[in-house]
Design a protein around this ligand. Structure first.
Ligand code: SF4
Ligand code: SF4
Length: 312
């Protein structure tokens, strides 16, 4: 069995306890405008193009020589790569393999569970000393649920702690298959307002909220996150509705809430993928956003819901 993996990051500290290896899977059913990993969204392999790293067609041209498709790679007037024609590109990744400067990045590699495990096992001693393990993230790991479940099951069998970071936008029977092998679930409540949720993520929040309720009924360890986006979900009405949902429907049971202040992390990656960045031009008053995050944290604390801002 193989999964489509776009990154494996060792020594991560923020997605679950202790030192972890994080495995990022490609494909997501949501299209959040603020996504910091837009390279995760498409379920197919893609190339990312970073023109500023290109040393120029005149000096190099390795990508052009290696590409089997006519007129697929374009260049600026200054001879640096401008992009690839995504209609024509067959994602063979030959250009990325040939590029000497990292100007072309391959997003998505088919890997077996055993190949991923070889990476994961390299840090077993760190997991043991820190209480860490593996976190499977994305994208949405439930889109590759058989692969994710098998990866987590193998880790559990070898005594490695497990965590899944998920949108919970999936059928419950799919979620249950994965959760059976996961010690911890990390998930977002982006907004309680379904209309706003649909507008900014492309999907309804009803399935997500229903699944979170079932996670809490399983008494599964759960960390809930709010990606705090000014003007979208930082209003009192939404925060109060979120606290009400946690108290009434989840029995106040997440280990903690975590408020993550929005940062423009997805912009350069969107451009590299030939897409328009949906948050382009939105300026952020970082100080005001942080102040608001602290107020929201205190609001949750006043409802007896543990809450942190960032990774404090
Ligand atoms: S991935 Fe393959 S087809 Fe696409 S631009 Fe690169 S070499 Fe050409
Ligand atoms: S192989 Fe890389 S450095 Fe060379 S021309 Fe192509 S993008 Fe530029």
């Amino acid at each position: 069995m193989k999964g489509l993996v776009f990154n494996i990051q060792r020594y991560t500290l923020h997605d679950g306890p202790g030192i972890r290896t994080e495995v990022f899977l490609k494909g997501c059913p949501l299209s959040c405008r603020w996504c910091s990993n837009p390279e995760s969204q498409c379920s197919l392999r893609e190339v990312g193009v970073y023109a500023s790293r290109c040393i120029g067609m005149g000096a190099c041209g390795a990508c052009l020589r290696s590409c089997p498709v006519d007129s697929c790679i374009g260049f600026h007037a200054d001879k640096r790569i401008s992009g690839v024609d995504r209609e024509k590109c067959i994602a063979c990744m030959r250009c990325a393999a040939a590029c000497p400067s990292g100007a072309i990045k391959p997003w998505g590699r088919k890997m077996s569970v055993e190949e991923v495990m070889e990476e994961v096992r390299r840090d077993i001693s760190f997991y043991e000393s820190s209480g860490g393990g593996i976190t499977v993230s994305g994208g949405e790991p439930m889109l590759q649920s058989d692969f994710t479940a098998e990866l987590l099951r193998t880790c559990k069998k070898e005594g490695i702690g497990t965590c899944v970071e998920t949108t919970m936008f999936t059928q419950w029977k799919t979620a249950a298959k994965v959760l059976a092998h996961s010690d911890l679930v990390i998930s977002d409540i982006k907004t309680m307002n379904d209309k706003v949720h649909r507008k900014h993520t492309g999907v309804s929040n009803k399935t997500i909220l229903g699944n979170l309720k079932r996670v809490s009924e399983m008494r599964k360890d759960l960390i809930l996150r709010i990606p705090l986006i000014p003007g979208i979900n930082d209003d009192d009405e939404n925060i109060n509705a979120t606290a009400d949902f946690i108290c009434r429907e989840l029995g106040g049971m997440p280990i903690h809430m975590q408020i993550l202040e929005f940062m423009h992390l997805g912009g350069e990656k969107c451009v590299s993928l030939g897409r328009t960045y949906p948050m382009e031009g939105q300026t952020i008053d970082r100080e005001a956003l942080h102040e608001r995050a602290l107020v929201i944290r205190d609001r949750f604390l006043s409802r007896d819901i543990k809450c942190i801002v960032g990774n404090e």
